[in-house]
Design a protein around this ligand. Structure first.
Ligand code: CTP
Length: 403
């Protein structure tokens, strides 16, 4: 049973917070609620107080009321602070370290974990300013749940920006409260999916990666209590819950996103990065001309994200794990890759078409490290992810045990 401090931001999703309060109380948690001025335009402190069974705090300056306590105490007397809905404006103010109302002052004074459930119009979510603020807030150590893809309250609007459902937020609350989880306090960077390299406005070079393995790893890491930054190429699967996801297209974007997610304790490179791109992306669609020869694609090599981030230095994660997608001599090639990329482990898998690995749900992998080769049986991608994270936990524990 935990003491939760819920901060309700000023968005239409504020109505869902009433349900969240009810569900959290059903679980035995106690709640104090702070509402921003905007939040009070959507739901009243009266209804929030009725559902939460306690006082509702709205004013940084009014400390004379019977129930009023200062923002420092509000912040200290909670086990977890939950911001739901976390609006674009509230996150901008969090990113900037503002403290000009009760919500932001409480957040700035916080010495406890903070979980944010963003909710806004998809265009507002996708705006570079919001993405910049989200990255900053995540780098400051705040956890995220959602946003989800779907219909917006405004009619005709759909996309990424819906607040996670109350039960999903509650699951993230439970995960954030379980501090004895094996990976709590660790930041794990994961790359996943293919990259897409444009040729012209309609054509591109890419590959068959579905992102299922990388996303399963991000999910498993989050479930074990890690703070997870997932950098995903274009995939058709949903974002994992409780994970900060950055969507990118090209290898160069993936590299930049991975670098800006540092520092990380562990980095796992499961993405199938396109090895080449064309340097001369056509501004207009390349047209066929009668009798003219087929166009010649000039290809240059993409940056190697794994090798770049595995380079020794202060920003190198303690454990760097690469994948090796091979169609022949799987282990031999994986051993070469381990040395060439400078990583600590390689998860090698056979992706020849007969195995059905690309796009499928199963995977047969070999874990290759300086210590040797472990051959794992055929497993679902979810089980490969669980087992990989389990091996990581064992390794961290061994490193902690005094010799
Ligand atoms: N990788 C990367 N950046 C690249 C290429 C690969 O980060 N530009 C990473 C992959 O995410 C994976 C590992 O390097 O963890 C190996 O990827 P793979 O495609 O198997 O190997 P390549 O380096 O592309 O070598 P080759 O295509 O010759 O097998």
């Amino acid at each position: 049973m935990a003491r939760l401090l819920l901060i309700i931001g000023g968005g239409i999703a504020a109505y869902k917070s009433l349900e969240l309060i009810r569900r959290a109380r059903d679980q035995g948690h106690s709640l104090r609620v702070v509402m921003t001025a905007g939040a009070q335009k959507f739901v009243t402190p009266l209804s929030v107080g009725a559902v939460s069974g306690g006082p509702v705090f709205t004013d940084l300056w009014a400390l004379d009321g019977e129930h009023e306590i200062g923002h420092i105490r509000l912040s200290r007397e909670a086990d977890l602070i939950v911001v739901a809905p976390a609006t674009a404006d509230l996150m901008a103010r969090m990113a900037g370290g503002h403290a000009d109302d009760l919500a932001t002052a409480v957040l700035l004074a916080a010495d406890k974990p903070v979980l944010a459930a963003p909710a806004m119009n998809p265009r507002m979510w996708a705006h570079p300013a919001t993405q910049r603020n989200v990255a900053q807030v995540a780098a400051d150590g705040i956890g995220f749940v959602g946003p989800e893809r779907g219909e917006m309250a405004e009619s005709g609007e759909a996309g990424l920006g819906r607040m996670a459902e109350p039960m999903q937020i509650l699951a993230a609350i439970e995960a954030a409260l379980t501090t004895d989880q094996p990976l709590s306090g660790k930041h794990i960077l994961v790359t996943s999916g293919p990259t897409l390299e444009p040729i012209d406005p309609v054509r591109f070079i890419s590959n068959r990666s579905s992102g299922k393995q990388g996303h399963a790893i991000a999910t498993a890491a989050a479930r074990m209590g890690a703070r997870v930054s997932l950098i995903s190429g274009p995939v058709a699967i949903p974002d994992p819950a409780g994970v900060t996801v950055k969507h990118v297209e090209s290898a160069r974007e993936m590299l930049a996103a991975a670098q800006s997610a540092l520092p990380a304790d562990i980095a796992i490179f499961a993405a199938a990065v396109a090895d080449w791109r064309t340097p001369d992306v056509a501004g207009e669609k390349i047209k066929k001309a009668k009798g003219a020869p087929a166009p010649h694609l000039n290809l240059i090599e993409n940056p190697d994200i794994l090798r770049t981030l595995a380079t020794p230095g202060s920003r190198r994660p303690d454990l760097v794990v690469g994948f090796a997608a091979e169609t022949e001599h799987v282990i031999e090639n994986a051993k070469k890759k381990l040395a060439a990329k400078g990583c600590d482990w390689i998860v090698a898998n056979d992706v020849s078409p007969a195995t059905g690995t690309f796009g499928g749900t199963k995977n047969t992998v070999h874990l290759v490290s300086a210590a040797g080769v472990e051959n794992w049986p055929e497993l679902t991608k979810d089980s490969v992810a669980e087992r990989l994270m389990q091996r990581i936990v064992e390794t961290l524990e061994k490193a902690r045990t005094p010799k």
